[in-house]
Structure formats: structure tokens, C-alpha cells
Write a protein that binds this ligand. Structure first.
Ligand code: 5GP
Ligand code: MN
Ligand code: MN
Length: 329
């Protein structure tokens, strides 16, 4: 059942003593800010916690408090199971990745999220699809839990708000987002510094893989779709890693007249990570969901097993249907 009750989420935090805190695979600023935001709340409530992700958290988030406590399960196995779990920013169970192996038999799971594709996989589900970021929901949970806001908690929540609104530019930037962002700044968060780390600064490897990826840029579907392709050999040639390849899809969507931007990123394991960004005409979360993924109306993704060619063909056809135009015009 979906409760959407911040009081119930606060009670969940009060009711248990030791927690597993997690976000989604390949965590972004909202996932990491929200996971560490939960940690800041739990510390104030005098609770014990372990904060874990299936993989590595991008080092660009190392300005966040307790970043050093974030465990990478793939490198650092854990010999413990947990009966109380808090999952943030995860639209479905699979987004938690291998961290699920740490769940005890009678696990109670608090699922805090803002994705419209969230299927309510928790024992307690706090899902608000009108929230711009999971961090926005957590702000209300922190108030309900009666914690004292300080600079560290504010920094975690601000980071989630900033990154999931693309620097307060996307259409999810509501009056409430601006109100709480403004309040968080009063605790001493330096907006220029956070934006520099999260949005402005890029690695040299990112620019190198961008240079290769731009050569693959193509328009299709009567110029309503722009796509970019990153092959395994592009990673080798540029020395970039998966994290360096983030954000390429925005170059596609931002082209004048384009309705859907798509990036196809080939992984080592015979799969293709597809990212989609929409302007107005198409709800890409519905498309991603059909392909086994999920997300938001204007930003969604999925992973397709198979070759680059197969993934591109699959996406080409669903976009033909969604846009009502032939792909080779
Ligand atoms: P990105 O394209 O940047 O990886 O993700 C864009 C949005 O889609 C994010 O909100 C992310 O949570 C969601 N998303 C991306 N990939 C997947 C996926 O494989 N499954 C689900 N459920 N959501 C995804
Ligand atoms: Mn996220
Ligand atoms: Mn989010």
C-alpha cells in the first residue's frame, strides 16, 4: 500500500534501531544527497546505520557529509543482514541492485521516491510524484521527525534539489522547491560551490568521449529525434568511464526542434544503456517502462540486452509509434 504520509516515514525511522540505507545503482546527486540526508536524520535520532550502494559513488559528490561512509558492495562485501531498510530515489526493486542481498528474512522496507513509475515495492511507501526530487520529500520527513536542520543536512538536501531540477531550470522547479532551497541556503550552504561540483565541473575524459560521441550524432523521425551512440571502443580510446559519459543525451534533446534526445551507451556485458530526454510531445517514462526501465516524463532510461544495433532498432520503432512519424524521413 502507498501511504504518502511523512509522519509514517518518520515513525519508521523512530521504530527501528539499526538501518540499511541505500539508493539506486549508478547514483546521481539526488540519490546520493538523499541517502546521506537520511543518514544525517538517523544520526540525530541516535540510530545506527550502514549506507551501501551496489557500486561506486561518483567522487564529485565527496563534498557531502559522511561520503566516506558510503560502502561499495561490489568491492567491499558485507557480512550482515538487515531487518530495517530505507531505500531512496529507487523506482523499483531492481534499481536497488545487489544491495538486496543484504535484506533479512522479515525485512521492513521504507521506500521514499518521486518517480511516477514507482511500483510501491516497500513495506511503507512514501511516493510523491509531484516532488521534483526525493530530497524534497526528505525535507518534509526531517520536519516530521523533528530533527534540527544544520548545514550538513541542508547540503545533502540542497544537492538533491539542485541536481534533479538541472540547476532549478527543469519544469519540475516548483514554488515549493524554491522555498525550501532558499531556506536550506540559510543554514550556510554555498550555492556556487555546490553548482560548480555538481553541474559545471567536467572531467577531461568527458570532453574526450563527447568529441567521439558527437561524430555519431544523427537526426531521425523527421528531425524530431536526435541520438548519440557510444561504443565500447570509444571508452577505450578516450580513457573515459561510464560516469564520464553522463549528460551526453542533453546535447541531443537541446537541438532546436528536437522532441526526444536519446543516447545509446554500450556496456561491457552485452547490454546497452538507453537514456531519453523529452521536450513536450512525448512521455519518455512510458517508453522506458515498456522497455523494462522507468523514470520521469521528461527524463527516463532503461537497459536493453543485445547489441547496439538491436537496441537502436527497438527504440527506433517505439519512437515511431510515440511520435506518429516514420523514422527514415
Ligand atoms: P538517466 O538517463 O540519466 O540514467 O536516467 C534518467 C531518469 O530515468 C532517472 O530519473 C532515472 O532514475 C531513470 N532511469 C534510468 N534508467 C532506468 C532504469 O533502468 N530503470 C528505471 N526504473 N529507471 C531508470
Ligand atoms: Mn536518481
Ligand atoms: Mn530523483
Amino acid at each position: 500500500p502507498i501511504h504518502n504520509d511523512v509522519e509514517e516515514a518518520a515513525r519508521f525511522m523512530q521504530a527501528h534501531d539499526r538501518f540499511l540505507v541505500l539508493s539506486h545503482v549508478n547514483p546521481d546527486g539526488d540519490a546520493t544527497g538523499s541517502a546521506l540526508g537520511v543518514v544525517m536524520i538517523l544520526e540525530q535520532l541516535g540510530k545506527e546505520y550502514v549506507v551501501v550502494n551496489e557500486g561506486e559513488t561518483p567522487v564529485k559528490f565527496n563534498f557531502l557529509p559522511r561520503f566516506d561512509q558510503l560502502r561499495n558492495l561490489s568491492k567491499d562485501p558485507l557480512d550482515e543482514t538487515f531487518e530495517a531498510v530505507i531505500a531512496v530515489d529507487c523506482a523499483d526493486e531492481s534499481r536497488m541492485g545487489d544491495v538486496r542481498s543484504l535484506f533479512g528474512s522479515g525485512v521492513a522496507l521504507l521506500n521514499i521516491d518521486h518517480h511516477p513509475t514507482n511500483d510501491g515495492f516497500g513495506t511503507v511507501n512514501l511516493i510523491r510524484t509531484d516532488a521534483a526530487a526525493t530530497a524534497e520529500i526528505l525535507y518534509d520527513v526531517a520536519v516530521a521527525a523533528g530533527v534540527t536542520f544544520n548545514k550538513e543536512l541542508a547540503l545533502c538536501l540542497y544537492t538533491g534539489l539542485l541536481t534533479d531540477t538541472g540547476g532549478f531550470r527543469y519544469s519540475n522547479t516548483s514554488p515549493y522547491v524554491m522555498e525550501i532551497a532558499s531556506e536550506l541556503l540559510r543554514y550556510g550552504v554555498k550555492p556556487g560551490e555546490v553548482a560548480e561540483r555538481c553541474l559545471e565541473e567536467i572531467t577531461f575524459a568527458h570532453v574526450k568521449i563527447l568529441r567521439l560521441a558527437l561524430q555519431s550524432l544523427e537526426l531521425s523521425h523527421k528531425n524530431l529525434v536526435a541520438s548519440i551512440t557510444v561504443r565500447q571502443e570509444d571508452f577505450v580510446q578516450s580513457g573515459a568511464d561510464r560516469e564520464d559519459a553522463g549528460g551526453l543525451v542533453n546535447y541531443c534533446r537541446n537541438i532546436e526542434g528536437v522532441e526526444v534526445g536519446v543516447s545509446f551507451v554500450e556496456s561491457e556485458a552485452g547490454a546497452v544503456k538507453v537514456s531519453m530526454r523529452a521536450r513536450d510531445r512525448v512521455d519518455v517514462s512510458a517508453i522506458a517502462k515498456r522497455l523494462g526501465g522507468g523514470g520521469h516524463a521528461k527524463a527516463a532510461g532503461c537497459t536493453i540486452r543485445g547489441t547496439l544495433q538491436e537496441a537502436k532498432e527497438t527504440v527506433r520503432l517505439v519512437l515511431e509509434e510515440a511520435l506518429g512519424v516514420s523514422s527514415n524521413e
